[in-house]
Design a protein around this ligand. Structure first.
Ligand code: ADP
Ligand code: MG
Length: 632
């Protein structure tokens, strides 16, 4: 029997390869733009006619090609970008397979004009269906112009498969966006049928986004910035209130390359959880820089998926970075995220940091004083849905007179608290003797010893001078000790819900909830059922408004996930910290005098009032002496 295997002629092989590389005009646009960038162009012009069906032309001012290179560039596997397989792992160019031009030339009429900077004249080559039909010397500026005409002229089936001009143009613009967003330092112009659609000057990331998406975008952007050993993240997320029903404005770039990643997208979505209306999607423009060796770059040229070595870590870092930004810019109405301390240290390091040892004095009862008790009633003025009100309105609270809270600190200094404040000095100058401060009766001004500054600090006078409290941190401390106490003594008050709350979680998240279930129940949560990605809650801690349960648990899950994986953290402490962080009153929240005083007193009824649960200073004092010195 005779042999039957034969080598396909080049032009047929090229056509087959072209099927993979070139699906539609937009694929050509992508390849040509990327080549121009690889050629170090600073100005790139894209000219389109009939949605790319009749013309796609890219003109750049890059390094150009010599006459020989110009011819070679259309050969399959002809590339200037890698020489051997190892180069693949160090790649920082877009292309490397040497397939694009060969493929495009197999299925279209291509006209190339190119000149290197130092050359006197340039080269022009005309190719039709892989056949060079002309090559000449031309006068042309530095750089390269490639015009691709009549795409799929020799494959009618493919041509007929193209969608309407509107659809194909949309695809082209999508590609243009991806490339332009990844390279704001380059100028881009896009013409369609003779009219200029975009003219993007060289700029920075923010301006590029604004130039593409419109001036109004500027105010919608919240910067995201995070650098760790694994990844450097920069870019922006859109404020939740501007979220759209379409997923349009979602961009990840890894090492300046647009990628799609459902997994990382989920990280962002979960950072936004609770902040978006149903069916709305957060927009984001996030730029990740990773070591090229930590990603699998050997992906198909038209594919945008990417494989990371350590996707889970990336997920955690990304989610945390976005949450942090949303919190820092006061976007998150409820959650104010502390910077995740874990991200300051290299991820893989095994921390041997001392876990905070908060020990609960079970006999301690801040309410045991003889002073009359006051039941808080929310005055009509107080803002509803305030976590502060929510967390206080259900508890009867005793306003401990100065002397009694002072006694709580006996021996504190001997424990080696740094920057220890002399608590004996911290006697309120005019601590109100009675605790009728929540009466509707307007109190005499001088009975309040506090003043709120910038809706952020509470100023009070003490015997030695002045006390300045950070309201958010102070409240975190108060809530933290409260939760710890409840978890430790295992007797929290629950507030029964009228209707069970049904929350949905991913399988992974559900596992975490199960792990925390017991401790959460000690804080006052009542779980009726945890199964099939659904959690049914019938009771919540008295301090937790029902509307915030979902976001609270979401934050908790994220906090657990962001823990250094094998550090031996205490779940109890973590829960208390997370809930406190979520529920604490925010900076920017106006507090009425009664609330201010209540907070001050609660803080000093804490065991460790001088630091927040994350070890940040909650208050400072300034003595009259120090003040006097400032007035000399
Ligand atoms: P790849 O980009 O994978 O190397 P291409 O087929 O896209 O393969 O291009 C082949 C080669 O042609 C490139 O490696 C490059 O040397 C050259 N080339 C293509 N486009 C340009 C351009 N705009 N300017 C300069 N050189 C180019
Ligand atoms: Mg290329």
């Amino acid at each position: 029997m005779s042999d039957i295997i034969q080598l396909l002629p080049d032009h047929v092989a090229n056509q087959i390869a072209a099927g993979e590389v070139v699906q539609r005009p937009a694929s050509v646009v992508k390849e040509l733009l990327e080549n121009a960038i690889d050629a170090k162009a600073s100005q790139i012009k894209l000219i389109i006619k009939e949605a790319g069906k009749t013309l796609i032309q890219v003109i750049d001012n890059g390094i150009g090609m010599s006459e020989t290179d110009a011819r070679l560039s259309f050969e399959r596997h002809a590339t200037s970008k890698i020489k051997n397989a190892e180069d693949l792992f160090l790649l920082n160019t877009k292309g490397f397979r040497g397939e694009a031009l060969a493929s495009i030339a197999a299925i279209a009429h291509v006209e190339l004009k190119t000149k290197k900077e130092t050359a006197e004249v340039g080269t022009t080559i005309v190719i039709e269906g892989s056949e060079i039909t002309a090559q000449e010397v031309v006068v042309t500026p530095k750089g390269t112009s490639i015009a691709v005409k009549n795409l799929f002229f020799n494959i009618p089936a493919r041509r007929n498969f193209l969608k309407s001009n509107a659809v194909e143009l949309r695809h082209i613009i999508d590609e243009f966006y991806r490339v332009a967003l990844a390279h704001p330092n380059l100028g881009f112009v896009l013409f369609h049928n003779g009219s200029e659609l975009y003219n993007l000057p060289q700029s920075n990331y923010r301006q590029r986004i604004v130039n593409l998406l419109g001036a109004k975008t500027n105010e919608k952007l919240v910067p995201v910035e995070e650098t760790t050993e694994v990844v450097a993240i920069s870019g922006f997320v859109g404020k939740p209130e501007y979220a759209k029903k379409t997923r349009g404005e979602q961009y990840f770039f890894v090492n300046d390359r647009f990628i799609k990643s459902a997994y990382l997208n989920h990280a962002i979505a979960s950072a936004f959880q609770g902040l978006l209306k149903d069916g709305h999607h957060a927009s984001y423009f996030l730029y990740l820089q990773v070591n090229p060796q930590s990603i699998d770059i050997n992906i198909h040229p038209t594919k945008t998926e990417i494989k990371f070595d350590d996707e889970q870590t990336l997920y955690a870092i990304l989610r945390s970075a976005v949450k942090h930004s949303l919190g820092q810019f006061n976007i998150a109405p409820v959650l104010d995220f502390e910077r995740d301390a874990n991200l300051d240290t290299p991820y893989l390091q095994t921390t041997t940091g001392k876990m905070p040892q908060v020990e609960i004095d079970r006999s301690f009862n801040p309410f045991s004083s003889d002073t009359p008790k006051t039941t808080l009633t929310n005055s009509g003025k107080s803002v509803s849905n305030s976590s502060f009100n929510a967390s206080t309105s259900n508890s009867s609270y005793t306003k401990a007179p100065a002397a009694s809270w002072e006694s709580l600190y006996v021996g504190l200094e001997s424990k080696g608290t740094k920057d220890a404040v002399d608590f004996n000095e911290m006697e309120f100058e005019s601590a109100p003797e009675t605790a009728t401060i929540y009466n509707d009766v307007v109190k005499d001004e001088r009975q309040y010893s506090t003043y709120q500054l910038k809706n952020k600090y509470i100023i009070s006078t003490i015997k030695s001078g002045m006390l300045l409290i950070d309201q958010h941190r102070a409240h975190q401390r108060v809530l933290y000790e409260d939760f710890l106490k409840h978890i430790t003594v295992k007797e929290a008050m629950s507030q029964q819900l009228l209707f069970p709350l049904e929350l949905h979680f991913s399988v992974q998240d559900l596992e975490i909830i199960k792990q925390l279930q017991q401790d959460l129940e000690y804080t006052g949560f009542i779980f009726q059922d945890i199964k099939d990605e659904t959690v049914q809650i019938t009771g919540v801690p008295v301090s937790v408004p029902e509307s915030e349960v979902s976001i609270l648990l979401e934050q908790l899950i994220s906090d657990v996930e962001n823990e250094v994986p094998d550090s031996n953290f205490s779940v109890t402490d973590l829960i208390a910290k997370s809930l406190a962080k979520s529920l604490a009153i925010k900076n920017g929240k106006k507090l009425n005098p009664a609330e201010q005083e209540h907070l001050v007193n609660s803080l000093f009824a804490c065991k460790e009032p001088n630091v927040s649960p994350t070890n940040k200073t909650t208050f400072i004092t300034m003595s009259v002496d120090e003040l006097d010195k400032k007035f000399v």
